[in-house]
Design a protein around this ligand. Structure first.
Ligand SMILES: Cc1cc2nc3c(=O)[nH]c(=O)nc-3n(C[C@H](O)[C@H](O)[C@H](O)COP(=O)(O)OP(=O)(O)OC[C@H]3O[C@@H](n4cnc5c(N)ncnc54)[C@H](O)[C@@H]3O)c2cc1C
Length: 390
């Protein structure tokens, strides 16, 4: 393919070789724009390589494909972690994407000549691009709440990002903290993997949804209702939950009092059931109050919001991630108070023309799908941006 020379022959740099960055690089290439992906790890798809063993996409194969290449049918409807990685590798190969691994970008600033962006990267590199796509991931850095006493806690403590499988926990008493998709799935994995006792500490009761009902995936509903009024969607979801999800109030998981879609807009996606409902109903996962603090000792105690003190053998904090964009672009004044870019996809901030972000929203319709759509929007906007500079 003939690639158009960008102003001063500067490529577009895409930071991060996860699904978001790869999709954006492909979409740029498809418009004849040279895109170079910079990846800090030694291989692409690092986030997916690091996820726990039993993970499968909870979005369907068809609605998770990136532009220009279907996910093979033989990977099944719910694609396994290893097959996601295989797909990403094949995606880069198929589209002949230009990826440079082992290069971490630390800071992005305006090029001195005002034409494009200067990237400060590892090894003292200074790279100038005509435009930049930041695709460093929504789940960039594990977040552990600032719990009092944690520093002196003598027990085993792990962030869920480092959890691989249940094997180290066989026969042990484990507390999982946080009832998002990851915490819910790890709790079930521990039960199935033979942990002696599994407790799940819950601060905000999650919305639980079946991954599919009568063969209809929850994600399809997510796509369909996206543009409907929030209150209407909340009401529809409440009605659907009453039919599909049993009342688990006695077990400590009452139905949430705020609507499902309202919560999504605040950044909390519903929990897709991969066995939690059953495990809670059967008492195999015990729901306990939120963690308040830790007490030292050997192994030490965990203090819960209802005042109880428990002594699990291990604590797994499924407490999410932060974007960690401050060092990279914080000085440009384009992040909101939660550290997310104010403009996203094909849009850019007035202060930062030609600086795009993908993968920093968490829509009800699925992130892979959103990143696939954003890739096209970014490529279109970049082409327009580069034309105005020629
Ligand atoms: C457990 C889990 C399950 C998920 N399941 C689904 C699902 O079923 N369906 C769905 O649609 N979404 C899912 N998501 C959400 C989302 O789709 C994935 O997190 C996806 O990997 C995000 O892609 P990304 O390219 O934005 O980020 P990542 O995949 O995290 O890729 C970012 C890349 O950037 C690199 N990088 C970071 N900083 C720098 C830097 N400064 N310089 C150079 N390189 C850098 C990283 O090494 C990494 O390779 C899930 C997320 C998690 C955590």
């Amino acid at each position: 393919m003939h690639l158009t020379a960008t102003p001063a022959d500067r490529p577009v740099y895409v930071i991060g070789a996860g699904p978001g960055g790869l999709a954006a690089a492909y979409a740029l290439r498809a418009r004849g724009i040279r895109a170079v992906v910079l990846e800090k790890a030694d291989r692409l798809g690092t986030s997916w390589r690091g996820h726990y063993d039993r993970l499968r996409l909870h979005t369907t194969r068809r609605l998770s494909a990136l532009p220009g290449l279907k996910i093979p049918r033989r990977f099944g409807r719910w694609v396994s972690r290893d097959n996601v990685v295989r797909y990403l590798e094949r995606y880069a190969e198929h589209h002949e994407l230009e990826i440079v691994t082992g290069v971490e970008v630390f800071r992005v600033e305006r090029a001195e000549d005002g034409d494009g962006w200067l990237l400060h990267a590892s090894g003292g590199r200074e790279l100038t691009g005509s435009a930049v796509v930041v695709a460093t991931g929504y789940n960039h850095t594990p977040r552990v709440p600032d719990w009092p006493g944690l520093a002196d806690y003598g027990g085993e403590f792990l962030h869920a990002g480092h959890y691989r499988d249940a094997e180290p926990y066989t026969g042990r008493d484990v507390l999982v903290v946080g009832a998002g998709n990851t915490g819910a799935e790890i709790a079930v994995d521990l039960v199935e993997g033979g942990a002696a006792r599994v407790r799940l500490a819950v601060r905000t009761v999650p919305h639980l949804v079946r991954r599919s009902t009568l063969g209809w995936p929850a994600q399809y509903s997510g796509v369909l209702v996206r543009r409907l009024p929030v209150r209407l969607v909340d009401r529809l979801c409440r009605m659907q939950a009453k039919v599909a999800v049993p009342d688990l109030s006695v077990q400590g998981l009452p139905r949430p009092d705020t609507g499902l879609y309202s919560r999504v807009l605040e950044g909390a996606v519903p929990v897709q059931d991969v066995g939690l409902i059953d495990a809670v109903r059967k008492g195999k996962v015990e729901v306990v109050a939120a963690v308040e603090s830790f007490e030292d000792g050997n192994p030490g105690k965990v203090v819960l919001a209802d005042g109880s003190r428990i002594e699990p053998d291990a604590v797994i904090a499924a407490t999410g991630y932060v974007r960690a964009l401050e060092g990279l672009v914080g000085h440009l004044g384009i992040l909101d108070d939660r550290g997310r870019p104010v403009a996203h996809g094909g849009r850019t901030s007035a202060e930062a023309p030609g600086l795009y972000f993908t993968g920093f929203t968490n829509p009800i319709s699925g992130m892979f799908r959103e990143m696939a759509l954003d890739a096209g929007r970014i490529a279109k906007a970049t082409a327009r941006h580069l034309r105005t500079r020629q």
